[in-house]
Ligand binder design. Structure first.
Ligand code: AMP
Length: 277
């Protein structure tokens, strides 16, 4: 039976019974799918008790973003976590995460500033702050994040290194549909027509990777990729970028340990994806 924790007292009571006080942690915003379950599976392979949080963090959404309509599927989430062998689910109310008087903000400069950070001001401050707070409450020895949100993963790695937080951060490769579309809670917003176009994001990244490896310069490769996304039916393309995989600084030409990342709208839905190059 999965332990359902809502308050800090319940969380602390669960922690006192952990062998060696150790657990591994998977933060989520719920609307769970097979991508999240892959994180749970990898986490379980560490041989530690697994705690998954489900918290739609208001501070990482911009004023015109989808916080209000973000899918909330709590009962299904808990059932899925139980089936996949998670030991506990932490479902804090906003006041538990941000009690009266809460005044701190974690900002990770550099790696959070480009790409999604440039078009979603404050987003990664919200992410870093909530993850730091959850690390403080849960005190996990390990925390797992998906490469699907690659910039988020690098922001968290930088924060943990800079603040010497006693947690090991592990990244998990992106889980995809058979046609290549990265699983995302936001895919359920897509109409049938948009869903048919959506795999082009991954296909376009793969084509761009091949062009980079063939020696084309990054500026023309990413411009061509953005153009082909628009031709496929995407609307606003926030970015297509080729960067160093760790710092996420832009690169001009292919070199080892690079990453191609993109974000683009299909109708009202913003999709992101990235691949190693
Ligand atoms: P979210 O609920 O969207 O905040 O995601 C929670 C965690 O699951 C994050 O670390 C995500 O990167 C990860 N995640 C989401 N989708 C996928 C996916 N398709 N494959 C792997 N990890 C994922």
């Amino acid at each position: 039976m999965i332990a359902r924790l809502e308050t800090l007292a319940e969380l602390d009571a669960w922690r006192t019974h952990l062998p060696a006080q150790k657990c591994a942690f998977v933060p989520t915003m719920g609307a769970l799918h097979a991508g999240h379950m892959e994180l749970v599976k990898v986490t379980k392979s560490l041989g530690l008790p697994v705690l998954v949080s489900v918290f739609v963090n208001p501070t990482q959404f911009g004023p015109n973003e989808d916080f209000a309509r973000y899918p909330r599927t709590e009962a299904a989430d808990i059932a899925l976590l139980e089936t996949h062998g998670a030991d506990a689910v932490f479902l804090p109310r906003v006041e538990v995460v941000y009690p009266p008087g809460f005044a701190s903000e974690v900002r990770v400069r550099g790696v959070s500033e480009g790409l999604c950070g440039a078009v979603r001001p404050g987003h990664f401050d919200g992410v870093a702050t909530v993850v730091a707070r959850l690390f403080g409450l849960i005190k996990p020895s390990h925390a797992l994040f998906g490469e699907k949100d690659f910039q988020q993963l690098q922001v968290i790695r930088r924060m943990v290194a800079d603040l010497a937080l006693p947690v090991e951060v592990l990244g998990v490769p992106t889980v995809r549909e058979a046609d290549g579309l990265a699983l995302s809670s936001r895919n359920r917003y897509l109409s049938l027509e948009e869903r048919a176009i959506a795999p082009q994001l991954y296909i376009t990244l793969q084509q761009a990777a091949a062009s980079l490896q063939a020696g084309l310069d990054a500026a023309s490769v990413v411009a061509q990729a953005a153009q082909s996304l628009r031709e496929s039916g995407f609307g606003r393309v926030d970015y297509v970028a080729y960067t160093d995989a760790e710092s996420l600084t832009p690169r001009t030409h292919y070199a080892p340990n690079g990453r191609l990342l993109a974000a683009a709208f299909l109708g009202k839905t913003r999709l992101i994806d990235n691949i190693a190059v």
